[in-house]
Structure formats: C-alpha cells, structure tokens
Design a protein around this ligand. Structure first.
Ligand SMILES: [Fe+2]
Length: 173
C-alpha cells in the first residue's frame, strides 16, 4: 500500500491556496486508486487464465495501474519542484549549453514541448545515450521513455503554469 506524501502549500506563489488544494486532492485520488487496484489484482485469481489484449478484467487493472501509479509519481515530482526558482545547477547548465548550443535554445525547446503536451512535459536524462531530452506525455502513462530519469516535471494538464517557477533538480550524471 502506498501513502500520499504530505506536501504543504507554504511559500508557493505560482498557485493560489485553492488551486493547490484542488490539485492535491486529485493527487490523493491517484494514490487511493493505486491501492484499490493493488487490492483487486491480489484477489484476481484468474489473471493469467483470462488475460487478453483486446479486453479482459486483468488487462483493465494493469492498464489502470500504470496510469494511476504514474499519476502519483509525476505529481510527487511536480509538487516537490513547484514554486522554486528555475536555476539549473552549474554542471547541468554546462551540459545543456553543449547539447543545445545555448541555454536559450534549451528553454525554447522546453517551452515548445510544454505547449505541445496534453499531459506533461518531462525534462529527463536518457541513460542509454547519455543525453538530455524534453519528453512529451499526453497522459500519465503515455509517452514516458524507458531509461529516462526525470529531472524536471511540468504538469500541463491544466495548461496554466509558468515555466519560470520550476526548479531544476541537482543533477549528477
Ligand atoms: Fe495535475
């Protein structure tokens, strides 16, 4: 069973208290659903027998498990970052300059990715090629890349967030 992280509104200027509370409620809903699905999967005795890729109860539970769990994880990373200044650490800035040419080019790409996303924009480090990527997610579980480690998670579902309010995680490749 998982528990909701107790994020506080303190010091957030990017969102009103009401917006924060409503968003936090949505996050807690995902946590509850992960637990409900986990319970149902445990008691679903015939999973292997009736599993089917067109339709099966098992398929529905597994698909929803990914959606709800990614909904939790992405919101936790988002709540952790929100309201903090958008200042990449020195090492990240150096690497972004090398990969994108200039830091301005990087922010242009990040902004475009946010505008084009229906769900999330995730700035990540892709281990396989050792490069940064701005990834577009149309839903919590649609668009994530394997081996992409999230460094900055921006919720675009509500589509009203200002890029300047996000913080880059300290990055150690
Ligand atoms: Fe959200």
């Amino acid at each position: 069973m998982i528990k909701a992280v107790d994020f506080k509104y303190d010091g957030i200027t990017a969102l009103s208290k009401e917006q924060f509370d409503e968003h936090y409620k949505l996050y807690k809903g995902y946590v509850d659903k992960v637990n409900e699905i986990t319970d149902k999967l445990k008691s679903h005795e015939n999973g292997a027998k009736d599993a089917n890729s067109t339709y099966s109860l098992y398929r529905g539970l597994k698909e929803s498990e990914g959606f709800a769990l990614d909904g939790c994880i992405l919101h936790e990373l988002y709540f952790e970052n929100i309201g903090k200044p958008a200042i990449p650490c020195e090492k990240t800035t150096k690497l972004l300059n090398i990969q994108f040419g200039t830091i301005e080019n990087f922010f242009e790409d990040l902004t475009a990715c946010c505008k084009a996303a229906r769900g999330w924009c995730v700035f990540c480090y892709e281990h396989r090629t050792a490069t940064f990527r701005n990834i577009l997610l149309d839903a919590h579980n649609v668009g994530n890349i394997a081996l992409g480690y999230p460094l900055l998670v921006i919720d675009m579902y509500e589509n009203t967030h200002r890029l300047g309010t996000y913080f880059f995680c300290v990055f150690t490749p």
